[in-house]
Write a protein that binds this ligand. Structure first.
Ligand code: NAD
Length: 264
């Protein structure tokens, strides 16, 4: 009898400890501070992918409005396909740099959410688990007739099966496709989700953006008063006095940021 009671009591204690342990772990995850990153072309510069600003309004030698605007697409869709084929070729030969990887490192201590204006996939390839693309994704195309039909390249369902697309590429429904890129003059479907993330941030960090492309540049305005804001850029734009500017390339700036956040 004493033996049965002993086993019963032991079982209860074990259950109690286990449930408290699980709760303890859950609390640890939930209590991580939300670190929201807003990245721009500058974070990928040290991976060999050029920014806009450093190229005098040209994007890889093309006038930006020819290759990144809605009008440009309507005017010359073949050029648009050619341009984004070249960008994909460049991207598959690029690697995430120490800045992309540093943000992954921060996931150990923070609930890191990345909002990126970049169309490259270097955050994902570095290992970031939570990435929201504001301006689309280079490795995707979508149906011209049905916006919700997206295809990640290379895709067996398309008539062209590699990373190269053209005006003749068709999806399984026989419809032509276009790059899954938000062109100038088009709506930014993920802006609302991005604004909510900025609003929910406990710490907000801007990396490598000239803060000239709207609405992305307005994200900082959604951050709550009193929330620390850092801005990493070797040639930073003018920002309010309460923003801590780290005037360095992204790889060095993110290393500094990690040290600052570890001490805080
Ligand atoms: N990698 C990409 O996906 C890519 C590349 C070029 C342009 N774009 C598109 O360009 C648009 C332009 O906006 P933007 O503000 O992101 O870019 P931008 O070209 O307007 O500005 C780039 C910023 O990066 C800074 N910079 C340059 N080298 C840096 C480095 N090593 N470390 C940190 N910062 C550095 C510059 O000083 C500048 O402020 C976006 O819509 C984006 O989609 C994307």
């Amino acid at each position: 009898m004493i033996y049965v009671i002993g086993v019963y009591v032991f079982g209860k204690i074990l259950l109690f400890l286990l449930s408290h342990n699980i709760n303890f772990q859950t609390t640890m995850t939930m209590s991580k501070k939300k670190l929201v990153i807003s990245s721009g072309a500058g974070i990928s510069a040290e991976s060999g992918i050029k920014t806009f600003r450093d190229a005098d309004g040209l994007w890889e030698n093309y006038p930006v409005m020819d290759v990144a605007s809605h009008e440009g697409f309507l005017r010359d869709p073949a050029l648009i396909h050619k341009f984004y084929n070249e960008r994909r070729e460049q991207l598959i030969n690029a690697e995430p740099n120490a800045a992309h990887k540093g943000l992954v490192e921060l996931e150990k201590d923070f609930d890191v959410r990345v909002i990126t204006q970049n169309v490259d996939d270097l955050h994902e390839r570095a290992g970031s688990t939570n990435v929201l693309h504001l301006h689309g994704e280079l490795m995707k195309v979508r149906s011209l007739r049905r916006e919700d039909r997206e295809y990640t390249l290379p895709c067996d369902q398309l008539t062209d099966k590699g990373l190269v697309t053209s005006v003749d590429t068709r999806d399984p429904y026989g419809d032509p496709v276009r790059p899954h890129i938000v062109f100038f003059g088009e709506a930014v479907p993920n802006m609302e989700a991005a604004a909510q993330l900025a609003h929910d941030a406990d710490i907000f960090v801007v990396i490598g953006t000239s803060l000239v492309v709207y609405p992305a540049a307005a994200l900082i305005q959604y951050v709550k008063r009193g929330v620390p804001i850092y801005y990493i850029d070797p040639k930073p734009a003018a920002v309010p006095s309460w923003v801590t500017v780290i005037q360095k390339p992204a790889t060095q700036g993110v290393a500094d940021l990690i040290n600052i956040l570890r001490k805080s």
